[in-house]
Design a protein around this ligand. Structure first.
Ligand SMILES: Cc1cc2nc3c(=O)[nH]c(=O)nc-3n(C[C@H](O)[C@H](O)[C@H](O)COP(=O)(O)OP(=O)(O)OC[C@H]3O[C@@H](n4cnc5c(N)ncnc54)[C@H](O)[C@@H]3O)c2cc1C
Length: 552
């Protein structure tokens, strides 16, 4: 039986596995990806939001422009609107710039964000083929479709994976130094490792239907929207525009007593949410029912095997941050793994993945659950006279619209989830005694405290700061008189890739108070100071998880 060999084997070519494969390959690693789906087979119609942090990473991977060019038509509004039904009376609206003006429109609650790549609204069915093609085109990546991983065993040197060709039935064997389960919420890899999920298994059930309704757009009064929250005394639900023309995803949020997906009248619910009568024609393309949960794996690793994305955490998709958190996992793990495989970081660097990512995913899961509970409460309190004509009805709608806006702007414009999180207890980050600023789902305070995301700004030559970053560590120097030669020498001695960027202090935001700020590949600050590190070799040793603690 032929054995496929690679440094890293990935099980699952969903958005997380594909992003991981792309980054590993661009870092010079060889990768085999196993995927049960056919080549080109679309995923389920789930995720609709690619966060700014993910778009920043896609920019580094050279795929942001392709993603930005896909999805809804350029002039289709990306707003979130609150109405009595999809075709009913508008209560309020969150303005989100659409594709055509995404880089130029700085108005609205996420227009001001300090990022070179604002968020993008696109369904997973359009996103995944772009990621697949990009991954497939990377030298060093082999993707085996219709190939199911069935088992694995690890030893001191690597992992042997057993797999099955789903078309011919032939056995396939893969040998890799490390393996990553990106195999989704039902992860077989996670189960085989004996890792359990902890949390809340059921928060909310949602009967979800992907429909084709060519007549819907023309029935919507006023400006259409990417997402429409419909609230009336009969049903509350959400409708997402998928192609901006005729396909839609309709979520029917169940009430507490509704538990059986088939027992609730799907057609009647859809018509109540859309606000259309029996004469209206639509076609069901697929049923996409789902359960909102809050589950985070107790561990993200066992020896040479890791789990990433939905395999490691599942939560109710408020704030649209499931895939996005998984992609952040992937970029974190990819960098740690590559630094070790490239030889400049020792094996303990791999511990940083779980130490850094597990607490963040747990925190996001709690934000999402809290929001879900507030939404459940709001759906249970839809004013009975919300559709009434006249001044009293207007007043009821104005108040309902205000409340809906205030509650939901936090999840749709989730600046905190994008830019506020920090890695606190990481062995690769040097605590300097200042506490990172707290953040919420919707708000954050930019900071250079080690562990935080280095605040973005535009360089004197017009480039994004992040575009000037090196592949691994980047030292920002705001005072050319500060001597960094001993630190640079220590990094060279160890082989740690470092880029030094000299920047005029007056172009940086006020948060950059120190002469030196050392940033990681994922934009998080690792260290800062007003003079070079006192013991440069010791700092390099820490960044490399040096087993001998002495650098060199
Ligand atoms: C209704 C809904 C809306 C959502 N909206 C958003 C959103 O707006 N933003 C957001 O960030 N997230 C959202 N999510 C979550 C998002 O869809 C998931 O987090 C994302 O798909 C996870 O990606 P993944 O690659 O980890 O797993 P998956 O997408 O599940 O991919 C796993 C892959 O592994 C393959 N596989 C499984 N087992 C094997 C095996 N043994 N061998 C080989 N291959 C295998 C599967 O075929 C699959 O392709 C939403 C989810 C739902 C349900």
């Amino acid at each position: 039986m032929p054995t496929l060999e690679a440094e890293v084997a990935i099980v699952g070519a969903g958005p997380v596995g594909l992003t991981l494969a792309i980054d590993l390959a661009q870092r010079g690693r060889s990768v085999v990806v196993l995927e049960t789906r056919h080549r080109g087979e679309p995923p389920n119609v789930k995720c609709n939001h690619v966060a700014a942090r993910t778009m920043e990473q896609f920019r580094r991977l050279g795929v942001a422009h392709k993603v930005r060019d896909a999805g809804l038509p350029p002039d289709y509004p990306n707003d979130v609107v609150f109405r009595t039904s999809v075709t009913g009376i508008e209560l309020s609206r969150i303005h989100i710039p659409g594709r055509a003006t995404r880089y130029s429109d700085t108005s609205g609650p996420d227009g001001w964000w300090p990022t070179p790549e604002p968020p993008h609204r696109i369904n997973q069915i359009y996103l995944e083929p772009i990621l697949f093609a990009h991954a497939e085109s990377q030298p060093g990546v082999t993707i085996r479709n219709r190939c199911e991983a069935t088992g694995f065993a690890q030893d001191d040197d690597g992992v042997s994976i057993e797999a099955r060709d789903l078309d011919g039935g032939a056995a396939v064997r893969v040998r890799a130094r490390y393996m990553i389960g990106c195999d989704g919420g039902r992860s077989r890899v996670k189960k085989a490792l004996g890792i359990a999920f902890a949390g809340t298994p059921v928060i909310q059930k949602v009967q979800s239907t992907y429909i084709r309704a060519p007549g819907l757009l023309e029935r919507i009064p006023g400006k259409p929207a990417w997402s429409c929250y419909a609230s009336n005394p009969r049903r509350s639900g959400v409708c997402f525009a998928i192609d901006g023309k005729e396909t839609w995803l309709v979520h029917n949020h169940f009430q507490a007593h509704e538990t059986d997906f088939e027992a609730v009248d799907r057609d009647a619910s859809i018509r109540h949410i859309l606000g259309v009568g029996p004469e209206f024609d639509y076609e069901i393309l697929s049923k996409e029912d789902w359960i909102g949960r809050r589950l985070v794996a107790e561990r993200f690793r066992e020896g040479r095997v890791f789990i990433c994305g939905d395999a490691a955490h599942l939560w109710v998709p408020y704030a649209g941050y499931g895939m996005n958190a998984g992609i952040a996992d992937a970029m974190n793990l990819s960098w740690h793994l590559s630094s070790h495989l490239a030889g400049w970081a020792d094996a303990p660097v791999l511990d940083a993945y779980e130490i850094e990512r597990q607490p963040i995913t747990d925190q996001v899961s709690r934000f999402a659950m809290d929001h879900a509970q507030q939404m459940i409460k709001a759906r249970g309190a839809v004013p009975p006279r919300i559709e009434e004509e006249g001044a009293e009805g207007d007043a009821i709608r104005a108040e309902a619209g205000r409340r809906a806006y205030e509650l939901n702007v936090q999840q749709f414009c989730c600046a905190g989830l994008n830019f506020g999180y920090f890695y606190e207890r990481s062995p690769l980050i040097v605590d300097d005694g200042e506490a990172p600023p707290a953040y919420t789902m919707g708000s954050f305070t930019a900071s250079t405290v080690p562990g935080c995301r280095a605040p973005h700004f535009v360089l004197g030559d017009g480039r994004s700061l992040y575009d000037a970053f090196g592949s691994d560590y980047t030292l920002l120097r705001f005072d050319a008189a500060v001597d960094v030669a001993p630190f640079v020498a220590a990094t060279r001695e160890r082989g740690l890739p470092l880029t030094v960027l000299d920047i005029a202090r007056d172009i940086a935001p006020a948060e950059y108070r120190h002469a030196l700020v050392l940033c990681r590949a994922d934009h998080h600050v690792a260290w800062r100071g007003d003079a070079g590190p006192e013991d440069p070799r010791a700092l390099v040793a820490q960044l490399c998880s040096d087993l001998h603690g002495g650098g060199g």
